[in-house]
Design a protein around this ligand. Sequence first.
Ligand code: FES
Length: 154
Amino acid sequence: MSREHLMPTQLLTIGEVAQRAGIATSAIRFYEKQGLISSVRTAGNQRRYPRYVLRRIGIILAARRFGIPLEEVAEIFGGLPEDRMPNKRDWTAISRRWHARLAARRHEIERLEAELNGCIGCGCLSLNTCRLFNPEDQLAAEGPGPRRLPWDGP
Ligand code: FES
């Protein structure tokens, strides 16, 4: 492929995207199904991706590395334009939202770290602090599991 064709709007096959992104074509289809990226169809009904989807995929992969769920990525990407290539201003708006999310997540992790040192309300009554935070396992009345941790159930 010659360098003069390397434009952000250049259309790539799924194989070319997979090769450049370093992921399987099935992952690309999956991300598309989740609405994280989109393609256009050729006259022969084959998928083609604008080259700029590589940036979205790069961000998806980075988010996964940080344990950010795809639903959250999709929500953040929801602010990107559908009908044109995202510009710097679009990405700046996204990065502000991302920053707020990451700050909230950091806060959650710090809270979790702090709580792990003390009673988590699990019913074990094994620490001195359990007497203070879960006397006689009173938290069991609220339901099962570690009641003093963020808990969605088993
Ligand atoms: S740590 Fe288990 S009840 Fe306190």
